[in-house]
Write a protein that binds this ligand. Structure first.
Ligand code: PMP
Ligand code: GLU
Length: 398
């Protein structure tokens, strides 16, 4: 469409959202679709958080908030960072947004000039590369596979850095692989960053509490590079608050001020009611998160065993988040019963949706075509049924 900007024409559609939309469309036709495409907890927001939102409405917290968020919420975030992560920040270093997604976008637009390079290990969350496209930066990928548990080495990082590198961005626990970098592994990467003081680090920690191997380690804990780290976090995953649109950054004062300026010209402060609810979420501790984590731990075992029982599928056991990213390339080149060839992971995801009625997401949009992403934030019964269907329809390919 010629009247649209080059910017929008060069942007890919979000595959997580597209597959979810397709799944919803099939479901609206009366088909029993199991959605394992969108990454969101299947739990409800805890009651005490909902109560705080109701109270906020009654107390008329319904006006514009400060662009960077209410001071009480920013203070609650500062307290959380100290209490849970042993990190010292001041409220001037916190900018609240309409979700971690906006925080990521703000940070990239604030830092990256056209042509500057942004290093992204693959697989990465679908929107990372597209946000770099919007900033007219150049994404530089470091490829990983299931054999290295989808993690990069310091040598790979060193080799990817050039004089044009501005930013490195990653998530740990990772969406889509669930991989978690240990303190030692992060220390190895930090040594490389110490040699390249022009590189900033965008650390997406939104899955910090869904970690099955130990306590979360933030790369901002390494003092030598802390000034260059932008922590991204939010309430969507930890408190099942995806619809409330509440996220934030913690960064140097200068970067925080720049992100506030960016947001002041785009969305302004996020929903006043969500912010008041966010204060309650952080003040009341982690009980509900720990309950959710227990369920995720059980489902992780369940899905791991079911995936291992499917011929042609290879998987690892993810250390965190609520996704599996199994290798499925053995099905490429095979045909469905109508003679259509499965050429890539997007085809396979569409096949699983249209024939098996299970929504997943092809790995190509996460930067690794040989895989698909399966979210296990669904009930045990749905997961058992979904994996049964996947097994059956994959066996029909020949
Ligand atoms: N980062 C990662 C790695 C994610 O998976 C998501 C999706 N939930 C986000 C950021 C965005 O989250 P939010 O709902 O806070 O915008
Ligand atoms: N982050 C979630 C996912 O990966 C939500 C959907 C999205 O915004 O991409 O599925």
């Amino acid at each position: 469409m010629t009247f649209l900007s080059n910017r929008i024409n060069s942007l890919s559609e979000s595959a997580t959202l597209m597959m979810t939309k397709l799944g919803r469309e099939l479901a609206a036709k009366g088909i029993n679709v199991i959605s394992l495409s969108i990454g969101e907890p299947d739990f409800n927001t805890p009651d005490h958080v909902k109560e705080a939102a109701k109270k906020a409405l009654d107390e008329n917290w319904t006006h514009y908030s400060p662009v960077a968020g209410y001071p009480e919420l920013r203070q609650a975030i500062v307290n959380k960072l100290k209490r849970e992560n042993n990190l010292d920040y001041d409220i001037s270093q916190i900018v609240v947004s309409t979700g971690a997604k906006q925080s990521l976008s703000n940070a990239i637009l604030t830092l990256v000039n056209p042509g500057e390079e942004v290093i992204i290990p693959t697989p990465y969350w679908v929107s990372y590369s597209e946000m770099v496209v919007l900033a007219e930066g150049k994404a530089v990928f470091i490829d990983t596979t299931i054999e290295s548990d989808f993690k990069i080495t310091p040598a790979q990082l060193e080799a990817a850095i050039t004089p044009k590198t501005k930013l490195f961005m990653f998530s740990s626990p990772c969406n889509p692989t669930g991989s978690v970098y240990s303190r030692e592994e992060l220390a190895g990467l930090v040594e490389v960053f110490e040699r390249h003081p022009q590189v900033f680090i965008l650390s997406d920690e939104i899955y910090e509490h869904i970690n099955f191997v130990g306590k979360h380690v933030s790369i901002a804990e390494f003092k030598s590079i802390k000034e260059r780290v932008i922590i991204i976090n939010g309430f969507s995953k930890a408190f099942a608050m995806t619809g409330w649109r509440l996220g934030y950054i913690a960064a140097s004062k200068e970067l925080a001020a720049a992100n506030e300026k960016m947001q002041g010209q785009t969305t302004s402060g996020t929903s006043s009611i969500s912010q008041r609810a966010g204060i309650a979420a952080y003040e009341q501790g982690l009980e509900s998160v720990l309950e959710m984590k227990k369920a995720f731990a059980r489902r992780r075992e369940l899905v791991y065993n079911l995936l291992n029982d499917i011929p042609g599928v290879k998987t690892n056991l993810p250390d965190g988040a609520f996704y599996f990213f199994p290798e499925i390339s053995s099905f490429f080149g095979k045909k469905d019963t109508n003679g259509n060839v499965i050429k890539d992971s997007a085809d396979l995801a569409l096949y699983l949706l249209n024939v098996g009625h299970v929504a997943t997401v092809g790995g190509d949009s996460f930067g690794n075509n040989n895989y698909i992403r399966i979210s296990y934030a669904a009930s045990d019964e749905s997961l058992i049924e979904a994996l049964k269907r996947i097994k059956e329809v994959l066996a029909q390919l020949s």
